[in-house]
Design a binder for this molecule. Structure first.
Ligand SMILES: *[C@@H]1O[C@H](CO)[C@@H](O)[C@H](O)[C@H]1NC(C)=O
Ligand SMILES: *[C@@H]1O[C@H](CO)[C@@H](O)[C@H](O)[C@H]1NC(C)=O
Ligand SMILES: *[C@@H]1O[C@H](CO)[C@@H](O)[C@H](O)[C@H]1NC(C)=O
Ligand SMILES: *[C@@H]1O[C@H](CO)[C@@H](O)[C@H](O)[C@H]1NC(C)=O
Length: 820
């Protein structure tokens, strides 16, 4: 990559050098001969250079997509230079596990099963967060993003608590203890066999062939543990200490696993039945020193310890570093209990100091919910390492991005346990209130993933564990495709709160961020432009789609929200117009703060886009009295199943779209939903605008967007309300209530209700109603189902989509605290 670019500039320099050395001969004949000679030589040279330049240029274009942006990285401290963040629950995709912020971390984690309930093939062994496990609840109840966490898991009639506490010390990132306690849930006491057992498997694994090693041990206790050594951790020990309970039997596994993505399979294939003597009960144990058939003996990279015990059972897993010499007390047993209590108290205080829910009069159960929501967002922060697969117009096949780390929160631990660009901007609004430096670190990691074009891939699938969860057709990221630049919202929000007291270090980070923000902005402002000045258009819609009722706009984040029925280059999207206004405003603000003269250019663009007359000319429909996309559109489309051909069997013809009336260029104003209210959502509309008044009336209308559970994404009156986009795709952004957009709406209402004028009163009224509808329903559903959901039904309020979804749905906490 970088080599190609160097090559090109070297060729240029060489060409220039030869040119200038050709003058200065004396004899005229000789000179003309020589000139002739030089002429041909030069011509040849130019041709050769020309060819080289063309090929070089093609090569250069090919490599741009995976060439890193050329400026100082934003993240300046990583790994052990941030010892307090070295260890963490950075594996959101597993029920419980700890690893370090290091590309080649030692990875630890938990699997469990109930031997009497284990099904053939290993069904019933829990490891990765899977919706199919059908757990009635799981998630962090408290987690401060750093020092401790406490999770509750309801698995059938059983309750598991998993918690951890960290302790600083030594030169290798400190130590921690994890506690796992299992019991019959109080509501099932007496209904479960008294001999019911649990098997807990604690494991450690090494990601890569490195200098590291791990091995089982039973030094010090009679329970097997794991010991090892890695470059960054030095020598360490993990010992298992049953607490106030005893173990029926234990076993271990020491083997070569084919990779992080196959740990559970490796455990299952090693499990075997054993019996102490012919009359004793059978038991299920791990395979000991185990070499799977067909693998040659390589270095052990996976060690697991299984403890099987009757309920209730509690075990402490203490990770101890050899470098930490001055330990007087082990962090186990009663000491652990006390330390945990101390952290919980501190957490409660900090939570109240940050969000003030108690002082607002919220009840205990509401605060419990809010703590869980925040804790799952910050407890869901992961550390990933790997490279995306990307493709550009100039690469014939997908190519690898560069290997890089990403520190990020995730939308859903089960369904989306990886980084998503536009989600992360929303996450940042809550995270920055809890811990600004963590949020800045997250933003830094994301912006360090920017390529030389100023593009950041939208979905980050880094590492084998992440890859194993994504269908292959979604892996490749295209550099033409955007995603809403929500980080500008985060940035603006951060400046609102912290502009006055930015420490030197934070200021310096913003300075490193600025050139990347400029490049990002420039990328949007040049690649996503629309057909007329001031207009913008999302790329990535497929005009050739046959099966979709309305070709999706994944890049906008609002996947199947109806747009123009026939994608063309002439369409204009109102939501990206508003995003660009927000981006321009935020850039101007930051530029000014950092004393950059470039701020002026952003201010000019902001003023230009914030001019409501301009927005109205492009997007206001006199007919429907609403803002709308513009494009080649007809509402007369439907999905039909093609007639089977005569005399052919087993025809399974998929439904395709039929266009009943030719489309025409127009505003897509028969549709009304989230997209149409973006000028209000992102506060682009002037506070005294009659159009704002119209929107406030429309969102309050139960036939349009109003529901008792929040604003629905698409009006009941819109042609595609709650319709399937293909026979396989159920509606997604076609009626359901989404929390991120409702957050923007409540935030906008708060804004407009502070500005004197014709709309103030109405804004204030709707603010109160909408805010409590959303909060009440999300809490109600949490207690009803055990989860926070991806979206909510506009008819019943029930959660739908995936769960737990504690990404932007966790913004409910900000709605409660009214921090906008
Ligand atoms: C999931 O669990 C619920 C109760 O917790 C039960 O009613 C339901 O049948 C289970 N579904 C599956 C597919 O196991
Ligand atoms: C699990 O945690 C909950 C909430 O802190 C607590 O009420 C319960 O007693 C704990 N159960 C066990 C078995 O530790
Ligand atoms: C954004 O693009 C528009 C249209 O191309 C241009 O007029 C404007 O100057 C650009 N803004 C900035 C800040 O580059
Ligand atoms: C919409 O109405 C306004 C005010 O009546 C008018 O100025 C404008 O030209 C109309 N726009 C269109 C596209 O008809």
């Amino acid at each position: 990559m970088a080599r190609q670019r160097k090559h090109l500039s070297a060729a240029n320099k060489e060409g220039k050098g030869r040119y200038s050395s050709s003058s200065g001969s004396s004899s005229s004949i000789a000179r003309s001969l020589q000139e002739n000679y030089f002429y041909w030589r030069q011509l040849l040279l130019i041709v050769v250079i020309g060819i080289a330049v063309v090929f070089g240029y093609i090569g250069y274009l090919e490599t741009r997509v995976n060439t890193p942006f050329d400026s100082k990285k934003v993240v300046s401290k990583r790994g052990l230079s941030v010892p307090e963040l070295f260890w963490g629950s950075y594996r959101p995709g597993t029920y419980f596990g700890l690893k370090t912020r290091d590309p080649f971390s030692l990875v630890t984690g938990l699997m469990w099963y109930f031997p009497h309930r284990l099904e053939v093939g290993g069904d019933g062994i829990r490891h990765w967060c899977e919706q199919g496990d059908n757990l009635s609840k799981y998630g962090w109840l408290q987690h401060d993003g750093n020092n401790f966490g406490l999770q509750e898991i309801l698995d059938g009639p059983f309750i598991l608590n998993t918690s951890f506490v960290k302790r600083a010390g030594g030169d290798h990132g400190g130590e921690w203890t994890a506690r796992i306690s299992v019991d019959v849930h109080p509501s099932h006491k007496g209904k479960v066999n008294v001999n019911e057992q649990v098997s807990l498997i604690w494991y450690a694994t090494l990601d890569e062939e490195t200098q590291s090693n791990i091995a089982p041990t039973n030094l010090g206790t009679d329970i097997t543990g794991i010991r090892g050594e890695t470059l960054l951790l030095g020598q360490f020990n993990m010992k298992l200490y049953p607490y106030k309970s005893s173990v029926d039997h234990e076993s271990f596994l020491s083997t070569v696993a084919p990779g992080l993505s196959h740990l559970k399979e490796t455990v299952i294939s090693s499990l075997k039945i054993a019996q102490d003597n012919p009359t004793s009960p059978k038991k299920l144990i791990l395979g000991g020193e185990y070499i799977p058939v067909g693998t040659e003996k390589k270095k052990t990279n996976f060690v697991a310890v299984q403890l099987t015990a009757k309920l209730p059972f509690i075990v402490d897993v203490a990770y101890e570093s050899k470098s930490n010499l001055n330990i007087n007390e082990k962090l186990i047993g009663d000491v652990y209990t006390k330390t945990m209590e101390w952290h919980q108290n501190r957490f409660n205080q900090r939570f109240e100091a940050t969000f003030g829910l108690k002082s607002k009069g919220y009840e205990k159960r509401e605060i419990y919910f809010a703590q869980a929501a925040l804790s799952n967002l910050v407890g869901g922060i992961g550390y990933f390492y790997g490279c995306s697969k990307v493709q550009s117009y100039y690469t014939s096949d997908p190519v690898n991005y560069w290997m890089a780390p990403l520190f990020t929160a995730v939308p859903s631990r089960s369904f989306f346990p990886r980084g998503f660009l536009w989600d992360e901007g929303f996450h940042g609004l809550l995270i920055c209130q809890w811990d600004l430096d963590t949020e800045l670190d997250i933003m830094g990691h994301w912006f360090d993933l920017m390529n030389v074009e100023g593009w950041i891939p939208r979905e980050q699938i880094l590492g084998v564990e992440s890859l194993a969860k994504v269908p292959s057709e979604f892996i490749v990221q295209r550099n033409t495709n955007a995603n809403p630049p929500t980080f500008f919202l985060t940035l603006d929000y951060i400046l609102d709160r912290y502009e006055e007291d930015l420490s030197y270090e934070r200021f310096a980070l913003l300075e490193r961020l600025y050139p990347r923000l400029q490049a990002w902005y420039y990328w949007f402002n040049t690649t996503q432009t629309g057909p007329v000045p001031g207009s913008y258009r999302w790329r990535g819609r497929n005009p050739l789609a046959q099966r979709e009722l309305n070709p999706k706009t994944l890049t906008s984040g609002l996947d199947d929200f109806p747009r123009a029925s026939h994608p063309t280059d002439l369409e204009m999207h109102i939501d990206i117009y508003c995003w660009m206004a927000v981006a321009s405003k935020a850039m101007a603000r930051l530029g000014l703060l950092l004393g950059r003269s470039s701020y002026l250019k952003y201010q000019q663009t902001a003023d230009y886009l914030l001019n409501n007359d301009m927005m109205d000319r492009l997007h206001w429909s006199n007919f429907s009295q609403s803002y709308a996309d513009y494009g080649l559109h007809t509402d007369a489309v439907k999905l039909v199943r093609p007639k089977p051909l005569p005399r052919q069997q087993h025809q399974n013809l998929e439904m395709t779209r039929k266009v009943l009336k030719q489309p025409e260029y127009r505003l897509v104003d028969t549709t009304f939903g989230y997209v149409n209210i973006f000028p209000f959502l992102l506060q682009i509309l002037d506070a005294d605008s009659p159009k704002l008044s119209k929107i406030l009336t429309d969102i309050r209308d139960p036939d349009l967007l109003w529901s008792d559970y929040g604003l629905r994404s698409l009006a009941k009156t819109s042609p595609l309300y709650m319709t399937r986009n293909t026979e396989h795709d159920p509606p997604y952004w076609r009626g359901q209530v989404w929390i991120n957009i409702n957050f923007l709406a409540v935030q906008a209402l708060a804004h407009y209700s502070k500005i004197k004028g014709p709309n103030q009163r109405q804004a204030r009224r709707v603010y109160g109603e909408l805010r409590s509808n959303v909060i009440n329903n999300v809490i109600r559903q949490y207690y009803r189902t055990g989860y926070i959901w991806e979206q909510y039904s506009d008819k019943s309020g029930e959660g739908s989509g995936c769960r737990p979804f504690t990404g932007w749905s966790a913004l409910t906490v900000l709605l409660m605290s009214e921090r906008f």
